[in-house]
Design a protein around this ligand. Structure first.
Ligand code: TXA
Ligand code: MG
Length: 316
């Protein structure tokens, strides 16, 4: 069991002693370590059971500090950082040597973000190194949006989880970088495409790949519950609805027992739905049922990222 608390100095002391700490952000909880210490970074891969070809995001608290980890910031990415940081955006930038290949899995670019959470910003301010942090879940499983989620899955392997309450955004950050001179979104996330395009114009949306390690973290099957997940639109008539669960957008499924259902937002608010998504998937995953039925939400705003996670949860 890990200790759960709000003690920044305790978290700081552990991180300085090359330990991992569970760390709240506005998107999802992270599993943090000193990004400049390869021994600490190696522990992240080990505890998460994460393949070493999947690189980590580096977290810091100011754009001035970002500049010390990278060679330069292309103009459009600097505009996005100024506009949306701290916030749910991660930018891919050409790394300086101070960022090790272990963090970037040998890639030339490092993923950096400034999380928008009072506790994590206060911690980052106290530290004289940035934090490498993937989402604090075993590789491939649903991301955690509360300290208790982290404790449930990784508590055995952690000493301390900094408790920042429930994540306000609930979806991982949106990842943006340049590719062939075009601004490209590599992962849809907590900052909507509309918000990004409102500031820098049209962007390219990179489709995910299940096989190409040059496009890491875009594995087709990811964010996946242990139960079988199928779309409502693919339901077969012979499925016994007493042994299934339902993750709905705004309305329940009349033929399924109420206790086996989770509604993302009865008032059809996509931000609320995003905030509830991983909690809902976890709730359904621990019920005594065989199959989870899901339905897509409107493909706009954060709905695009929600649908992305739902499709990956259903992918085998
Ligand atoms: O909201 C978030 O981004 C959360 C919180 C904790 O900050 N973090 C998060 O980390 O979602 P993780 O490791 O679960 O997902 C990071 C994604 C991975 O898909 C990884 O492949 C991609 O970012 N990534 C990291 N560094 C990269 C790089 N240098 N180039 C391309 N993709 C990168
Ligand atoms: Mg993750």
């Amino acid at each position: 069991m890990a200790e759960i608390g709000k003690d920044i100095l305790k978290a700081k002391a552990l991180l300085e002693a090359v330990e991992l700490v569970g760390f709240p952000t506005e998107t999802v909880y992270g599993l943090a370590a000193n990004a400049l210490n390869p021994e600490a970074v190696a522990k992240i891969f080990e505890v998460k059971n994460r393949p070493s070809f999947d690189p980590l995001i580096v977290h810091t608290d100011t754009i001035e500090k970002v500049k010390t980890f990278v060679k330069y910031i292309p103009l459009d990415l600097e505009i996005l950082l100024n506009q949306f940081s701290p916030g749910p955006i991660t930018v891919l930038l050409p790394k300086e040597a101070i960022i090790s290949d272990l963090v970037t899995s040998g890639l030339e670019r490092v993923a950096i973000r400034i999380p928008n959470h009072t506790l994590s910003l206060a911690l980052l301010k106290e530290l004289d190194f940035p934090l490498a942090a993937p989402s604090a879940n075993p590789f491939g499983y649903i991301s955690p949006t509360s300290a208790q989620h982290v404790e449930n899955q990784l508590g055995q392997k952690l000493k301390y989880i900094l408790d920042g309450g429930e994540c306000k955004v609930g979806l991982e950050s949106t990842i943006v970088g340049f590719e062939n001179d075009k601004l490209t979104v590599y992962r849809k996330g907590g900052l909507s495409i509309e918000n990004i395009e409102g500031v820098v114009g049209k962007v390219i949306l990179k489709e995910h790949s299940s096989s190409n390690p040059a496009a890491p973290g875009m594995l087709k099957s990811h964010y996946a519950p242990k139960k079988k997940v199928i779309f409502k639109s693919d339901l077969s008539k012979d499925l016994n609805l007493n042994t299934v669960g339902f993750l709905g957008f705004c309305e329940t499924f009349p033929e399924i027992p109420k206790s086996n259902q989770f509604i993302l937002s009865s008032k059809k608010d996509l931000n609320e739905a995003a905030q509830n998504l991983f909690k809902g998937l976890r709730f359904l995953d621990q019920l005594d049922i065989e199959t989870v039925i899901i339905e897509l939400v409107p493909e706009e705003g954060l709905g695009m990222a929600i649908n992305d996670r739902l499709k990956r949860a259903a992918a085998k």
